[in-house]
Design a protein around this ligand. Structure first.
Ligand code: XMP
Length: 516
């Protein structure tokens, strides 16, 4: 792989994704990794990421400097560029001049790194210190008004650096810089793609699972759907999937899984209809936290009961279930501190007669992948677009989109309104602009309206369209008025008990995306 050395900012994951977009597999390692640990991964290239720090700060993150003697092509970016300059005998200065955001850069010499780049270009900067003098043996490739050394290269040692951020879209020719480094300087071919990933994962799953049986819980979301499809491709009917219908799903979701997904993958599916069990458990409860707890608890109960049945059935067959599929993604792995071993987890509590020491070994075929890559693989595997392109939907489902008690009747109302919103947003071509659009029923609120000749006293529906990168922060999406008008008309005409549609115009923070 190409190793991206993480200095603790958000940039490392973005760099890793851009490298993969260039068709080269990449992984992230912490900056505390030693040169031996890095060499053990047989890197074909190394990229030092940007970071939050100044190299002058007390305790500023650094790298094992022997890294530069491994003979591996290396690119330093922003803070990584400065770390590199300092380690190799250049000079980093605190001049008090700062550059943030769009900056004009002038290419002095193209070299390999900036080959084919325009002489003047717009780059994205975020730094306080500057490289004042390049290390011995390095050519200066670019400068800016504030920075005499904005990019450098030592072609003989294949060491390179740029002060700006080539990984962000605001840098006009950023991806070309990364591609020059990967393809020209390091000589790496662009041969990493969905097809190869599938082939590689299928091999790995077969090696891990052998003839063992595997179980997977499907949520209807992208990750579990793609993970299960990969495992099925690898081991066929050794896999059985469990889908819990808790009655808090949106219109058509159960059918999408039972019909479209099963038809396109051929997985063996067991659906558990637990709608009544959830309604009973939620009766009389309107506190959001309590609702979440109840839904989580019931979900585990239902899943474990189904699991126990299947385990018993398989054991009677003489082939016990030993593996559990999880749709863990690479960002979760990186954020929880990395680690590449296969974890062994103990199954939840002993419900439904599971033996005390029953353990499943985890199968996690998406552990090295980012979300957009998971979607690409899902498409390559022929999964239905309604599942592959699905926007985020919370585990507790519509249960936390009814403000007030959850009842069968209220779920029906909300499902109808939500289906209209989704259909109209899709028809208007807005799905790609919207991160997600919760539709919320204010079940404890009534307002007066007039319909036909009569007075109505119905409930409001709230539209909560948001734009976001990662759900940590979000802004409300400025939907076109005519789309809002159509949605409002249709909901008030077609959904009983609803006589008002309102728009949530709160960003996050201070409002969360969901209402509960
Ligand atoms: P909030 O409301 O905290 O939501 O701004 C952030 C993102 O998380 C989703 N969400 C959940 N997802 N289980 C989930 O799997 C949950 O309990 C849950 N609660 C919120 C929400 O839809 C948004 O994308």
């Amino acid at each position: 792989p190409v190793l991206v050395v993480d200095f603790g900012a958000q940039y490392a994951q973005l760099i890793a994704r851009r490298v993969r977009e260039a068709g080269v597999y990449s992984e992230i390692v912490p900056h505390t990794a030693t040169a031996e640990e890095i060499a053990a991964k047989s890197p074909v290239g190394i990229i030092l990421s940007g970071g939050p720090s100044s190299v002058y700060e007390e305790g500023a993150p650094s790298v094992d400097e022997r890294l530069f003697d491994l003979g591996v092509p290396t690119l330093g970016i922003c803070y990584g560029f400065q770390v590199m300059a300092q380690a190799l005998g250049g000079e980093v200065a605190q001049t008090g001049l700062r550059e943030y955001g769009a900056t004009d850069a002038t290419v002095v010499t193209e070299g390999t790194l900036l080959q084919g780049q325009p002489p003047e270009q717009n780059v994205w900067m975020s730094h306080g210190d500057q490289v004042a003098r390049a290390p011995e043996g390095f050519d200066v490739l670019a400068r800016t008004a504030a920075t005499p050394v904005a990019a450098f290269a030592n072609d003989a040692r294949r060491l390179y650096g740029v002060q700006w951020h080539p990984e962000v879209r605001h840098t006009d020719h950023g991806q070309a810089v990364l591609e020059n480094f990967l393809h020209r300087a390091a000589g790496l071919p662009a041969d990493w793609n969905s097809g190869n990933v599938i082939a590689e994962q299928v091999e790995k799953i077969r090696a891990q699972v052998g003839s063992g049986r595997v179980i997977c819980g499907l949520s209807g979301g992208v990750d579990s759907a793609v993970a299960a499809a990969l495992v099925h491709k690898a081991v066929g009917d050794q896999l059985v999937c469990v889908f819990v219908d808790h009655g808090l799903l949106r219109k058509g979701e159960r059918e999408q899984v039972e019909n479209d997904y099963v038809a396109s993958t051929g997985v063996r599916l067991v659906t558990v209809d637990a709608r009544q069990q959830f309604l009973d458990a939620l009766a009389g409860v309107s506190d959001p936290e309590q609702k979440r707890k109840i839904i989580g608890r019931e979900f585990i109960r239902v899943f474990e009961a189904a699991e126990a049945d299947l385990v018993a059935e398989a054991a009677a067959d003489g082939e016990p279930i030993r593996f559990l599929v999880q749709g863990t993604l690479y960002p979760d792995v990186v954020e929880s501190g990395g680690g590449s071993g296969t974890a062994n987890i103990k199954s939840h509590h002993n419900v439904g007669g599971l033996p005390e020491d029953l353990q499943f070994e985890l199968v996690e075929p998406l552990r090295t992948l980012f979300k957009d890559e998971v979607r690409a693989i899902g498409r390559e595997l022929g999964l239905p677009e309604v599942i592959v392109a699905r926007q985020p939907f919370p585990g507790p489902g519509l249960g936390i989109r009814i403000v007030g008690e959850v009842t069968a009747d209220r779920l029906e109302i909300l499902r109808d309104a939500d289906a209209i919103v989704r259909a109209e947003l899709t028809k208007a071509g807005l799905d790609a602009e919207i991160w997600q659009c919760p539709v919320v029923l204010l079940a404890d609120v009534r307002s007066v309206g007039v319909q036909g000749d009569g007075r109505t006293y119905g409930h409001p529906i709230v539209l909560r369209p948001v734009s976001s990168e990662d759900a940590m922060t979000a802004d409300w999406t400025r939907l076109p008025y005519d789309v809002l008008a159509r949605i409002s008309n249709r909901i008030t005409n077609e959904v009983r008990e609803v006589n008002r549609v309102v728009l949530d115009v709160t960003s996050k923070p201070p409002g969360t995306i969901e209402w509960e």
